[in-house]
Design a protein around this ligand. Sequence first.
Ligand code: SF4
Length: 446
Amino acid sequence: MTRIPTMAENQHNPAPRVWLETYGCQMNVADSQLVTAVLRRAGYTPAARPDDADVILLNTCAIREHAEERVLRRLGELARFKRTRPALRLGLLGCMAQHNRAALIEKAPWLDLVAGPDAYRRLPEMLGAQSFDPAVDVRLNRAETYGDIAPEYACGVRAYVTAMRGCDKFCAFCVVPYVRGRERSVAPEDILREARQLAERGVREIVLLGQTVNAYRHGATDFAALLSALARVDGVERIRFTSPHPADMTAGLVATMAAEPKIQPYLHLPAQSGSNRILAAMDRGYTVEAYLELVARLRAAIPELALSTDIIVGFHGETDEDFRATVGLMRTVGYDSAFTFKYSVREHTRAFRLGDSVSEAEKSRRLAEVIALQEAISLERYRALIGREFPVLVEGPARRGAGRLAGKTPQFKTAIFPGRPEIAPGATVRVRVESATAHSLICALA
Ligand code: SF4
């Protein structure tokens, strides 16, 4: 088979072009930026279109079955490019590559490369290999943090910086510990160096990322200490993090959030269920009472705090009573927004053996109910802000409405407001809320 020469090997050939598509969560987006940096170091450049590329990579997600089907469909579409250009390399990266490589290679035999989340450093070597059979590297590496590689961040006022990788929690429904491996934290000096460089390039907001980001620990530095150190970086105006685990929200972390003005008053606090029976079956490590007590402590310490959450409906064994408890929790907390999902059984997880007792139709009914409930709660909470003023970090033109700009309030709510020539992305402007939908605040400049 013909292999793609790297630039170092052949200065006269144009740099090979890579088309990279990303599926799934923010961690995958950050990993794609890392992969882009790894490949650029090796002489590859981004392609403008897939049909223009020498290498096509899909960075995938294994969390939901639906995501796998979508990626397989896309692989089928991309395979047609290989018919006319056999030298094209087609590769699969990410959680799905890690989770289901054997089945995937069987279903998509035209794949040239399969690399798990800890194998990205080896991508140039794998792409340069003489034979593709395909090239597979899905070894998990307890030490890999990629801390020394600066990802290629998208331009913008906000950057997502990986603080820790993997997860040790092993919730019964979740594949993450199996596909992303065990917890490991990036050295604080690497994170701070990256933050300084980003601030110099005009980034104003840093979002620290990790599967259970508040489990961060590197030597003597815990997550609260990392946040405090990040707050001292000049040019970084706003700090957020996602996703914390409720069981790791220590008193010290809550106190740091309350004391440090750069840490924004918004927290995504996954609850998953409002039933203690289901939380225990999920192995979430907290009860509803403990969760509510944490919410009360957070709101007492940070009165302006906005909260969002993840909810799974239809977990194995979830009765109507359990589901009503989840509805009750959503009403009690009054989340600003929620990501709601139907339970989907994932192979290799501990819940896989339990089964899937709730019918698809019932899951759909429960999902529709929590979506409608959250819409109503969000609308109420957004409308309650009419008349209030907020500082908004300007991101750029609003998607709808010519001449309007969009940005985020400290509570991570989208604010839409009239533009003015002197207001550029990265500026912070004061706005007054005039009306609201369940997803955005329509504002005037204050
Ligand atoms: S905390 Fe649980 S749900 Fe979150 S990544 Fe870890 S195992 Fe998955």
